[in-house]
Design a protein around this ligand. Sequence first.
Ligand code: SAM
Length: 239
Amino acid sequence: MQFGVISIFPEMYQALTDFGVTGRAVDKGLVSVDVWNPRDFTIDKYQTVDDRPYGGGPGMLMKVEPLKYAIEAAKAKLGSQSKVVYLSPQGETLTQDKAQQLAQEASLIFLAGRYEGIDERLIETQIDEEISIGDYVLSGGELASMVVMDSVIRLVPEVLGHDMSAVEDSFVDGLLDCPHYTRPEEHEGRKVPDVLLSGNHEKIRQWRLKQALGRTWEKRPDLLAKRDLSKEEDALLQE
Ligand code: SAM
């Protein structure tokens, strides 16, 4: 999968491309991340990408032209069909379903805003979707775009070592993940649940499902309200 990013801070993306699961995905060639800096598409000697808003008010806005030319350059490399996503607190909130939907695309271009945001005409003419990572305001779209990209990269085939890793994560099946334990078997008097040491795969599956249902009911009842329960899940919840 190919990612393009439009940002005036290209170095920030090393946090995504140089570390952990996402870094390995880049190293293995499973995903690519190219960044276009709008400053490279300016025509004045100060490489100006921002200007004062019409009508007055505090702060600056990102200008249309450098962003438009940067998007065109990204499309020239990644393909004109590439969806352009603007990270914005006004966008659709990112969910696991949304990440799964985005992971079906062959390429995506993310536009990271700065200052007070971008000129509305760019949203009207160049942006296919706006995505928010939550109801709060960041100072730039870079971190937000990396959050979205990380959630999508995990879903790209072969990125996660174990085939089932992403399938068992929270939200994937509408439930929170079950608790997990590793060595030692006992820590400060707290033991790993016996069933996990039993070697009985069916019992372990049932225990995990029951735990996932229980903690979803405790911590996020809203998720259960949105989801139909299977007969087995219903029975486990009644126990
Ligand atoms: N004036 C804008 C508003 O209230 O809608 C906020 C601008 S914010 C200071 C600068 C940039 O940060 C935005 O253009 C956007 O790219 C990014 N940003 C801020 N909060 C975000 C969020 N919750 N999700 C995604 N991007 C966000």
